[in-house]
Design a protein around this ligand. Structure first.
Ligand code: HMG
Ligand code: MG
Length: 299
């Protein structure tokens, strides 16, 4: 067996990546109940919401209310692509910012209406200022393996985009398989390359489960030395601008695998499933992830 970490950090992205794809608006109060239940289950890092154009993603238009009302524990991210979003987020009391950009131009255009280079030009002064002000910054790198429009992405292109962020002093890179197409070998190879290239940055893997390979990809990334994973309670989510991208890997299934491997997460699985139960009535489909189904059948 390869050497695996003793402890893994889960960054829960359900309230943001999970809910952003839901067409029917979820009341802010219900989002807050979901977030607080996740915190009670032991989640210490979470993407709460995003500060983006409400015309592009109406579901996130209550972001100020969420950030102002949330219980402040652990590290809580808000996602935003521009100056307007960063200013509103900080004004609402956000403590940590996640910026995002795609390695592929075609995806980035659909998602942010800019080429990758244009996005990086916009982000550079914003990230430098945030770091000067001592704000924790994470960079979410979309289409790190495959793009829904351009196909395979060269690993060196992903590494070189990541390098620009590290030169700006970023704290964390969350590297995403946006459309859930990577194989475990590709996961192992890219995360090994990133771990070698950026030993002093927090490296996080973000897998969507479109082809049901996310758990295998996480196992491969663990073997490459990664100990931080984004996941979404209930397997909710997907990106509205990435055709074919279904939900993120389900937090409860990741936590179960990690616990079975003897890896600590600090998360209580039953309480996590209880948080999923809170949000299930407000999403467009029944939730049927492995561990949540077992939890419901036990009741
Ligand atoms: P645009 O139309 O080119 O920009 O959109 P604009 O500057 O012309 O702004 C359009 C309107 O939005 C204006 O309002 C702005 O004020 C407003 P109007 O004058 O028409 O009334 N606006 C904003 N409002 C609130 N907050 C803001 C903001 N910015 C502008 N921050 C823009 C460009 C970037 C704004 C748009 O494309 C956008 O909001 N995109 C966000 C898309 C998104 O949220 N995608 C999902 C998140 S990424 C993801 O899920 C991937 C990830 O999970 C990793 C992975 O799996 O790959 C992270
Ligand atoms: Mg995502």
């Amino acid at each position: 067996m390869f050497s695996l970490p003793n402890k893994v950090t889960i960054i829960e992205v359900g309230p943001r990546d999970g809910l952003q794809n839901e067409a029917k608006l979820v009341p802010a109060e219900k989002k807050l109940e979901f977030i607080h239940a996740l915190q009670e289950a032991g989640i210490e890092e979470m993407e709460l919401t995003s500060f983006v154009s409400p015309k592009w993603v109406p579901q996130m238009s209550d972001s100020k209310e969420i950030v102002s009302a949330v219980q402040k524990t652990g590290r809580q991210f808000v996602l935003t692509p521009n100056e307007k979003g960063i200013a509103s987020a900080l004004d609402a009391g956000a403590q940590a910012v996640a910026v995002f950009v795609g390695v592929s131009d075609a995806f980035n255009k659909k998602n942010i209406n800019k080429t990758t280079a244009e996005s990086m030009e916009t982000l550079k002064p914003l990230v430098l200022k945030l770091k000067q002000d001592g704000v924790f910054v994470r960079a979410c790198i979309s289409t790190a393996f495959y793009c829904p429009f351009e196909g395979a992405v060269m690993p060196d292109d992903t590494v070189s985009l990541c390098r620009q962020f590290t030169e700006w002093g970023i704290d964390e890179l969350s590297v995403a398989d946006t459309i859930g197409m990577a194989s475990p070998k590709e996961s192992y190879d890219l995360f090994s390359q990133l771990a070698e290239a950026f030993p002093s940055v927090m490296l996080t893997a973000h897998f969507h489960d479109t082809r049901k390979m996310a758990i295998a990809n996480i196992y491969a990334a663990l073997q490459a030395g990664i100990s931080r994973f984004d996941s979404s309670a209930g397997g909710l989510g997907g990106c509205p601008f990435a055709p074919g991208a279904t939900g993120n890997v389900a937090t409860e299934d990741v936590v179960n695998m990690l616990h079975r491997l003897g890896i600590e997460t600090g998360i209580d699985l039953d309480q996590l499933c209880a948080a999923v139960e809170k949000i299930e009535p407000y999403v467009s489909h029944p939730i049927a992830t492995g561990m949540y189904t077992l939890f419901k059948n036990r009741k």
